[in-house]
Design a protein around this ligand. Structure first.
Ligand code: BG6
Length: 477
């Protein structure tokens, strides 16, 4: 055993959230509607049609929440800005009350010694832009996102040093345009790849503006990276895993970090007649919009095997019920398909539990892109039970986080430049399709899908545990 390097001084021990999942106040103080305000209320979309109308009521209780963060000793808090709170119509008129809310939140964090990390886009597109031109399906999205980003840089760039451009573009585009499980509910791979290209344009434009307006700040996208493993050492399975890595991960991270689409995947899509239209200047723009770091949202790894030409396709179904063993195989005929991994436990939502996979993810990103990494999400979604004496004994969450933090330390020892580690999430919050039953927080929120109860905040066991981790700069797990 070699000696593990310590976490660096100033390491950002953090936790994260997203506007639609915590804020509530969906129509307060001049906020415009987002696509999620509409979509979650359509029949059959989310678990028990739960939505973010009230969520954790963070909009009204942010001071109480920041006080809890301060008590914990949190060094960084990642949150997202609701675009429609700032620009109710997506562009044009600025809603000063929206600016004030985030400005006050930032000041409250700084007053408590907590570094704010802003996510510009965590999936809540202004509905007005979807209605007007189809949102990400039009290249116009890049102009409007840039305008919105510039308002944010101008308003908060003096105080905020860390920024995330787009959260999990692979997920919101994949779910929005291919599986149809997120708004706008489209199921069309060609349209998905074009919307995705337009999202890259938006990302690069905003990063370009950031260079001009916040020259000393750091910005990067957050990518939902699920490293691909081969099922066996059979060459066909190795190739399947490599194809999965290229099609499902390099397709995004290469464009961010290198300004280019990976070749084999582009050839595959051209052959299928679904490749995105790339106009002259697009790739140059991508190269001008490179990030300072790769934001990593890590939850699990996925295992692949060869898939015959008449094998399973890409139709995904989410396990929203929290019933183990209901996830189905998915793939591209002739390329790859997902399969189980006998070495890994799974959560109730069939997500593999793989701390070593985090080390793999960090090393692959470092090896391919030579960028620093900020872990912007990692955590365990579980059913938590509030005991009669108002406690939550989430030892399973402590075990999960402990193993993943150890993997971070091993990766640092391997040479990874890791800036920080943000758990998902600080308080419990709305799990998009899974309602409020799937909890991630250090702080329990007393509500469920149908009953708002008192929205009381209760510190879970993991809250006290993470406080000590931070205090010891990760040396005491
Ligand atoms: C990420 C998102 O996909 O994972 C979060 O950025 C999300 O917003 C988290 O909540 C966990 O996913 P889920 O589906 O369990 O809520």
């Amino acid at each position: 055993h070699r000696e593990l390097k310590p976490f660096p001084e100033g390491f950002l021990w953090g936790s994260a959230s997203a506007a639609y999942q915590v804020e509530g106040a969906w129509d307060a103080d001049g906020k415009g509607l987002s696509v999620w305000d509409i979509y979650a209320k359509l029949p059959g979309t989310t678990f028990k049609n739960s939505n973010g109308d009230v969520a954790a009521d963070h909009y009204n209780r942010y001071k109480e929440d920041v006080a809890l963060m301060a008590e914990m000793g949190l060094k960084a808090y990642r949150f997202s800005i609701a675009w429609a709170r700032i620009l109710p119509e997506g562009r044009g008129k600025v809603n000063e009350a929206g600016i004030r809310f985030y400005s006050d939140l930032i000041d409250e964090l700084l007053k408590n010694g907590i570094e704010p990390v802003i996510t510009l886009y965590h999936w809540d597109l202004p509905q007005a832009l979807l209605d007007e031109y189809g949102g990400f399906e039009s290249r116009r999205i890049a102009d409007d996102f840039d305008e919105y980003a510039r308002v944010c840089f101008r308003s908060f760039g003096d105080r905020v040093r860390y920024w995330v451009s787009l959260n999990e573009q692979n997920i919101f585009i994949g779910f929005g345009y291919m599986t149809g499980m997120h708004p706008p509910g489209v199921k069309d791979k060609k349209r998905m790849l074009q919307a995705n290209h337009n999202a890259f344009l938006a990302n690069a434009r905003a990063i370009k503006s950031f260079r001009e307006m916040v020259p000393s700040g750091n910005i990067g996208p957050s990518f939902a990276y699920s490293p691909a493993y081969p099922k066996t050492s059979k060459p066909e399975d190795i190739l399947a895993a490599e194809d999965a890595e290229e099609i499902l991960s390099h397709w995004w991270m290469d464009v961010y970090a290198l300004g280019e689409y990976p070749k084999a995947a582009m050839d595959l899509y051209r052959g299928l007649g679904i490749a995105p239209e790339v106009l002259p200047g697009d790739l140059e723009l991508f190269k001008e919009g490179k990030p300072d770091f790769m934001g990593l949202n890590y939850y699990q790894t996925t295992t692949y095997e060869a898939n015959p030409l008449d094998g399973v396709g890409e139709k995904l179904e989410m396990n929203t019920t929290g019933e183990k063993g209901t996830a189905k195989s998915t793939g591209i005929p002739g390329v790859y398909r997902t399969t189980g991994n006998d070495y890994l436990e799974r959560t109730n939502w069939d997500w593999t539990i793989d701390p070593e996979g985090l080390r793999v993810a960090l090393r692959r990103i470092t090896g391919r892109y030579s960028l620093p990494v900020l872990i912007t999400e990692n955590g365990l979604g579980e059913y938590d039970k509030l005991t009669d004496d108002d406690k939550v004994h989430d030892d399973y969450r402590i075990g999960y986080l402990k193993a993943h933090i150890l993997a971070c330390r091993e990766a640092i020892t391997d040479g990874v430049d890791l800036i920080g580690y943000c758990t998902w999430s600080f308080t419990d919050l709305l799990s998009w399709l899974n309602g409020y039953q799937k909890r991630y927080g250090f702080v329990y929120i007393n509500r469920d899908e149908t009953d708002l109860k008192d929205l009381r905040r209760v510190r879970k066991d993991s809250f006290h545990w993470y406080r000590k981790v931070i205090e010891s700069n990760g040396s005491e797990l």
